[in-house]
Design a protein around this ligand. Structure first.
Ligand SMILES: *Cc1c(COP(=O)(O)O)cnc(C)c1O
Length: 425
């Protein structure tokens, strides 16, 4: 699953203790495990090898340049959703022809930048965008490679805020409309409309929604081909689960076992957009306890990390497993689960210093006793963690560290007060 493990009563990331990292780099601190990142990428590549797909790493899940570079070295292509992410991918050495660009609101500038760079596919989300893309491409004397994002009307059974493949979300066009879009645009100058794109939401912790959406997508491809359109590629999106609790998500091999046979022999280049499944378990957030406080029978652990470092609990009510880095009485967690209740445990809310009631990292958890100064680890924070951080309450963003065996190096320095005001001077 990952290389964050308790050994000898304390948490390690690969070959180093979490306590040593906190000591050396301060808290709050994002810590990533290189071995976990590479391991997750390799498992995906192996699981899907029979299709020789483009594994387009979803930059928005974790966009640090050093991590993008590592993904490129592993062989990844890239999935971006903005001009800024495209710039990051290219700076990390990505081949622009292996970048796909999604998003419902691409600006004219972003489209021009992507055309100039020569990206692999625009994942186009509406007729209006398709029209605009064609016009801009003609004006630049280019032909834009385009995939139509199709909304297969499948329920991924995830949070409403991360559901994207139902008809009533803002993403993509519905199946009936998709055919009309091909008829209207496939022969337009400036456009090379030759693929479809499906992304149903995230995290999708079962295989079935993919089977449904890809089955519908392949039916559409057949229908389009019968109408004489050359469809060359299918992008089946991302959203593959991660282990916020142990064994919560299917393995890469399990997803592939059900999905790859559908695509085999379809005569299509296959693209995937994995983000979270690679990065989530590859990162943790270390935080130090500032104060403890009682209210009724509840204990609050007020820690130095907050919603500005990790907003997922506040935004989606997401579960992150939390546990002390050096638990009292050596009570290391037998597994990561919402259900643990060790002997002598205390019911706690883990909250930050930010002035919002939604500023919490975990609620109603039974933890071994924690006191001022103790380090607590927030697990599975590598995806949609640092990338969603903010400076709200004028809090400088934390540092990010990449561990490789016994080595640890800063891949993003901690921000300073000067960083807070730099753009305003
Ligand atoms: C966010 C996103 C992804 C990645 O989702 P994960 O859950 O991180 O795998 C893939 N494709 C598109 C279009 C996205 O918006």
């Amino acid at each position: 699953m990952d290389f964050f493990e308790y050994r000898g009563g304390e948490l390690h990331c690969e070959g180093v203790t979490a306590a040593a990292l906190a000591q050396r780099f301060g808290t709050p601190l994002y810590v990533y495990s290189k071995r976990t990142l590479v391991d997750h990428y390799r498992r995906l590549a192996e699981a899907w090898a029979a299709l020789d797909p483009w594994l387009c790493f979803s930059v928005k899940s974790c966009s640090n340049l050093h991590i993008l570079r590592l993904m490129r070295e592993c062989g990844a292509a890239f999935d971006v959703v903005s001009g800024g992410e495209m710039r990051r991918a290219i700076e990390a050495g990505a081949d622009p022809r292996r970048i796909v660009f999604a998003g419902v609101g691409k600006t004219d500038d972003e489209i021009r930048e992507a055309l100039s760079a020569g990206i692999g596919y625009f994942n186009v989300e509406s007729e209006a965008e398709m029209d605009n893309l064609g016009t801009i491409a003609v004006s630049m004397n280019r032909r834009a490679p385009a995939a139509l994002r199709v909304n297969p009307d499948v329920d991924p059974k995830t949070h409403v805020y991360t559901t994207t493949g139902k008809r009533e979300t803002k993403f993509g066009v519905d199946l009936e409309r998709a055919k009309r879009v091909f008829h209207a645009f496939a022969r337009r100058p400036g456009l090379d409309l030759s693929a479809i794109h499906l992304h149903i939401g995230s995290p999708v912790n079962t295989v079935e929604p993919y089977v449904q959406s890809i089955t519908k997508g392949l039916d559409l491809v057949d229908a389009l081909r019968r109408d004489g359109f050359g469809v060359r590629a299918i992008n089946i999106g991302g959203g593959y689960g991660a282990h916020y609790e142990d064994d919560q998500a299917p393995t890469a091999a399990q997803y592939a076992a059900h999905v790859a046979p559908l695509l085999k022999g379809a005569g299509l280049t296959v693209m995937l957009e994995p983000g979270r499944t690679i990065t989530a378990n590859a990162g943790v957030l270390l935080t130090r306890t500032l104060y403890t406080k009682h209210s009724g029978d509840r204990q609050f652990l007020i820690v130095d990390a907050s919603m500005t470092e990790l907003i997922r609990p506040a935004l989606y009510g997401s579960f992150h497993f939390v546990w002390p880095v050096r638990p009292a009485r050596g009570q290391t967690p037998p597994r990561r689960s919402a259900q643990l209740k060790p002997e002598g445990a205390v019911l706690v809310d883990l909250v930050g210093p930010v002035c919002e009631s939604s500023d919490f990292l975990a609620k109603e958890r039974w933890l071994p006793p924690v006191t001022r100064g103790d380090l607590v680890c927030v697990f599975t924070a590598g995806a949609y963690g640092f990338v969603m951080s903010s400076q709200y309450n004028s809090r400088p963003r934390p540092a990010e560290v990449l561990v490789d065996g016994d080595d640890a190096r800063i891949i993003r320095r901690r921000e300073t007060y000067d960083d807070l005001v730099a753009a305003e001077r």
